[in-house]
Design a binder for this molecule. Sequence first.
Ligand code: ATP
Ligand code: ZN
Length: 755
Amino acid sequence: MTPRPATACGDAPGATLFGAARRVAVLLPVPVDAPYDYAVPPEMEPVAPGDLVRVPLGKRIETGVVWGEGAADVPETKLRPILERLDVPPMPAPLRDLIDWCAAYTLAPLGQVLRMALSVPEALDPPKPRTGYTARVADLSETTLRATDARRKVLEAARAWPSSEPPPAAADLARRAGVGATVVRGLAEGGALAPVPVVEEPEITAPDPHRAGPALSPDQARAADVLRAAARGGFSVTLLEGVTGSGKTEVYFEAVAETLARGRQVLVLLPEIALTARWPERFRDRFGAPPAPWHSDMPRAQRRDIWRAVAFGRVSVVVGARSALFLPFPDLGLIIIDEEHDGAFKQEDGVPYNARDMAVVRGRAGAHAVVMASATPSLETVLNARAGRYAFVPLPRRHGGAALPAIETLDLRAHPPEKWQRQGMLAPSFLAPPLLDAMDATIRRGEQVLLFLNRRGYAPLTLCRACGHRMQCPNCSAWLVEHRHRRLLQCHHCDYRMPLPETCPACGTADALAPCGPGVERVAEEVASRFPTARLVVAASDTLLGPTAAAELMERIEQGAVDIVIGTQVMAKGHHFPLLTLVGVVDADLGLSGGDLRAAERTFQLLHQVSGRAGRAERPGRVLVQTADPEHPVMRALVSGDAETFLAVEAETRQAVMMPPFGRLVALVVSGLDERAVIEAGKALARSAPRAADVEVLGPAPAPLAVLRRQHRHRLLLKAARSVRVQPLVRDWLAAVKLPPGVRVKVDVDPYGFM
Ligand SMILES: Nc1ncnc2c1ncn2[C@@H]1O[C@H](COP(=O)(O)OP(=O)(O)OP(=O)(O)O)[C@@H](O)[C@H]1O
Ligand SMILES: [Zn+2]
């Protein structure tokens, strides 16, 4: 552990002497490892852990949280006082536990983790009052004001304003009286109306847990019983594994209802909340009121309101992205993690934590149930369920008698795509003839097609036919992706953009730059030409502008206003389109290259999820998976539907090399502008790497993304047996190496991505 900092004020002398004043530790949302001590002015008592306080820090004033008793190792004379205790509920103990745990586990500074829980500092201030007006007199004759018609009407309206409602604003009162707002202000100045400060928190309709849900099938009812029982008990984790379209949402809604009926709060975590915009509508259909959303794309004012409503217990259900886990629920009774296998639960920037795992920590701290739902649970979670650490609830059948789709591979070597005519020239095709035939037949039947390609833009690479030059990002070791609609080349890592040049920047040849490989836009171009009358949409994170637009598009698809959807992973999960019967996977091999530990698992999950969009209602579904390697275990598992064997082989492979979840991994990414310094630092780290039984350090080696935003990046990987506590090892390791200026080391415990 880093030693507790001596004092918050540096060399500034203590402002006051406090005699025997009590001291407390206050954690501040700044990158420090431990709380600072402060004195509690006696008149402020009682001050207790969790209280939000304002304290001096150097020359600033900071807001922090009382974390516990003071440490007594700061001299009395240096101790500074708490300035103010804020008028918000204390941070609940389970959230403080989570913050402690998260910092200790990820090795992130404690204060940096706290910062995630205080992400909307303005939510700590009382809402700004607005001015309302009440009648001060019964009649204008009691004032010196001349009695005009307009004035009389306003005074009457003010006197008639229902006392159950807060006093109206000038504009509202004027509207009621049918006059202009200036009349109201004139009456206030003349003493006929009294201006009063009105504090209003936004109104929230509570979801009603007693509304009847749909009639559940026997399978669903059994599963719902187990989840309801879990929601009544203390801490538990349950894996709800249901095939795509089995009604997992309806089933876990029963656990939500149970928790709400017991008067406790519920948190539902969804990956990429902004894109699963239909979920709140389903919730509203079931419970009669919307859940409170929480994600980073929300307007700040809305985040402020929701943070407060959660803290004061006025909100009972939040549906959000991973950061919702750090909201100050005073009485959380259930966490649901939908699509628990999804990589979006892992935060890569800032504090690298996995919200799925931290939800379990939060559940244990708060002694309540945690439910993980997925059709393709992660290997970690499956093993936890097998070992009995998690309860297991299966939903083996689709709802309403729908069959699972028939999945076939389409060997691209046996069925090479045939070129097509583009503006009088032959253009490469990305769709094999059998897929095109199936699409044609599907549309003719009035059904829908989803073509899945997990690549945004037009082409992932642009190259010069004359000299072979490849258009690369100036800041990253990555190709620039062409976005033809927007007429630009863009880096998907740093967002660098440039117009598509007319001549090759290397050799100067005109019109020689050619796209290489497909993105969704390019597939759409081919489809538009081959199916000129079909109604076509492209759905990718950069074409769906915001949750509302996304929800609208999903609704249009649901209603059959679209024939062919060409989409990235935003189309893969959660959606329920009754008319969608054909899914074509354009490039199933895309995610399999590269040395990523989870490449096979992730590809299987994604392709299985997207396959699951087909044939969810009466009409049967079909999936065609284009691949150059139909014998690959991922393709075989997809076709056979035998996830169990696939996971067993995955498990065996990883166990043989002691990779997660059988061993532990910690990634260290060394980065800096100066490549030499980065390499030297990497070597220095390797030299002082921990030497212990069951611990191995690999690297340094350039990271797959060797340059990112001009920063050179080298990686080391610490691999250890599960029994090893890696945090103290890494802490000592980092403490032993002095980094040159300008070089940083980012620690990622349980890395998920390997870029
Ligand atoms: N008991 C039921 N009564 C009526 N409709 C149901 C019932 N169960 C499920 N459904 C409907 O079936 C569809 C599929 O359910 P849901 O989306 O919950 O499945 P899922 O298991 O979450 O699927 P996926 O994992 O593919 O997203 C939804 O439209 C849902 O409303
Ligand atoms: Zn870049």
